[in-house]
Ligand binder design. Structure first.
Ligand SMILES: Cc1ncc(COP(=O)(O)O)c(C=O)c1O
Length: 413
């Protein structure tokens, strides 16, 4: 999921560079501070998060996850009578961290940076689409004592699947645990009335992550973190250094909500994208991409030896290619041959240049991962891309089953 660039956001980004404002402190750039405050509240409303939720403009979802989990670490340890910002983790009550088996790698990176450890997490089994299993979560939580953080996911990076938030929130609430939702791209589905149901229960969580440089189509680097307990967010991030001149009047100093001090005024591009598209425009962008992903899946599924591995609920399509007779291991097929073919198709599509997509491994199987995320992408683009993918698949299949003939007849493109 690599996003795209909306022209209004690009223009605002150019201005951001030209103005060269340091957005860390209100006194250095009142406009940047106010724009972040306004856009942050628009986003809280757009995603349907609880009133009073705080927002930080980070470099990406990685640092948004880091910030949210720092706030979570603060809050669960504060409840246990421990001041982690002042005292650190030495001697602190142990913090349980529970993650779904399909949590994104950046959750583990954040835990590693926060001293919570990437390897000491409790992993909860996921279902065949990558959703955390609520029954397994309940069992895990029943076995734990003390401060606890649960990391849920809205939008699996491979399948686009959503963890069952209402069940997760209920199980966590019963245990007094903090719930964080990593919605790097999936959170945007909440902006569409047609897809909001995928995130039912979203507002019951405690913190949320998303990326603006993905589905809002603003330039890199641009992520967002939201925290219900604004005080926990601020306490976990504040610099509070004596030599910084904070504004006395309650204006918002952006550095109190993110890990950086001096920082780019990245709120302008987000503000511009939201102003240009409006609430209905953002919803339209999300719906269009999801519909186009469905169209791509339908076009590809018509090809021979093509299997769509996921339920296409969002903008992600997972595709696997098998040479004749290799698709079904139960019927004597050869998964290694299908792995090889799928990787070859991905390489051919990347070389072909009609569209770009990546490869992945899903439940041990090689797969092609299609993400539709650009505001300019049309049905014609999808049809042209699907045709190119099927052309590459045909050439790769020929090369796999009859290498001699294939080199003579099929172009490597
Ligand atoms: C679910 C999820 N979380 C976190 C990230 C990390 O985002 P970023 O690369 O913006 O830091 C991604 C990126 O694809 C993602 O899909």
């Amino acid at each position: 999921m690599v996003g795209a660039n909306h022209p209004a956001a690009v223009a605002a980004d150019w201005l951001t560079s030209a103005w060269d404002q340091n957005a860390g402190l209100y006194v250095l750039s009142p406009a940047a501070a106010v724009v972040e405050e306004v856009a942050g509240q628009w986003l809280v409303e757009l995603f349907g998060l609880p009133p009073g939720t705080s927002c930080g403009f980070t470099t990406g979802a990685t640092m948004a996850n880091f910030t949210a989990l720092a706030a979570a670490r603060h809050a669960v340890l504060r409840s246990a009578g421990w001041d982690v910002e002042e005292t650190g983790l030495f001697g602190a009550p142990p913090v349980n961290v529970v993650v779904g088996d399909e949590a994104h790698v950046t959750i583990f990176a954040s835990l590693q940076m926060l001293g919570l450890g990437r390897g000491r997490v409790q992993r909860v089994a996921a279902d065949e689409q990558g959703r955390m299993r609520a029954d397994a979560l309940r069992d895990t939580l029943a076995s734990l004592d003390g401060p606890t953080i649960v990391c849920a996911q809205s939008g699996n990076v491979n399948t686009g699947a959503f963890d069952p938030l209402p069940e997760i929130a209920t199980a966590a609430r019963d245990r007094g645990a903090w719930v964080h939702v990593d919605g790097a791209f999936g959170l945007w589905a909440a902006a569409s009335p047609n897809r909001r149901h995928l995130l039912a229960g979203l507002e019951q969580a405690d913190s949320w992550t998303t990326d603006a440089h993905k589905w809002l189509n603003v330039p890199y680097d641009s992520g967002l973190v939201f925290v219900r307990d604004a005080a926990a967010h601020r306490t976990a991030m504040t610099l509070g250094a004596a030599y910084y001149v904070e504004t006395a009047g309650g204006e918002r100093d952006s550095y109190n909500w993110v890990p950086e001090s001096s920082r780019r005024a990245r709120g302008f591009a987000i503000y511009a994208a939201l102003r240009a598209m409006g609430r209905t425009g953002v919803a339209g962008l999300i719906d269009r991409c999801c519909d186009l992903a469905r169209r791509m899946a339908d076009r590809l599924a018509a090809g021979s030896g093509v299997e769509i591995l996921n339920d296409v609920v969002l903008n992600q399509v997972l595709v696997r290619f098998s040479p004749p007779g290799a698709a079904d291991p139960a019927a004597g097929g050869d998964p290694a041959a299908a792995d090889g073919l799928t990787r070859d198709v991905v390489a051919r599509v990347q070389a072909d240049g009609t569209c770009w997509l990546g490869g992945t491994t899903w439940h041990g199987l090689a797969a092609m991962r299609v993400s539709v995320s650009g505001w300019q992408t049309t049905e014609a683009d999808i049809d042209m891309s699907a045709a190119a993918i099927l052309r590459c698949a045909e050439a790769a299949t020929q090369a796999a089953v009859a290498p001699e003939t294939a080199t003579r007849t099929a172009s490597p493109r």
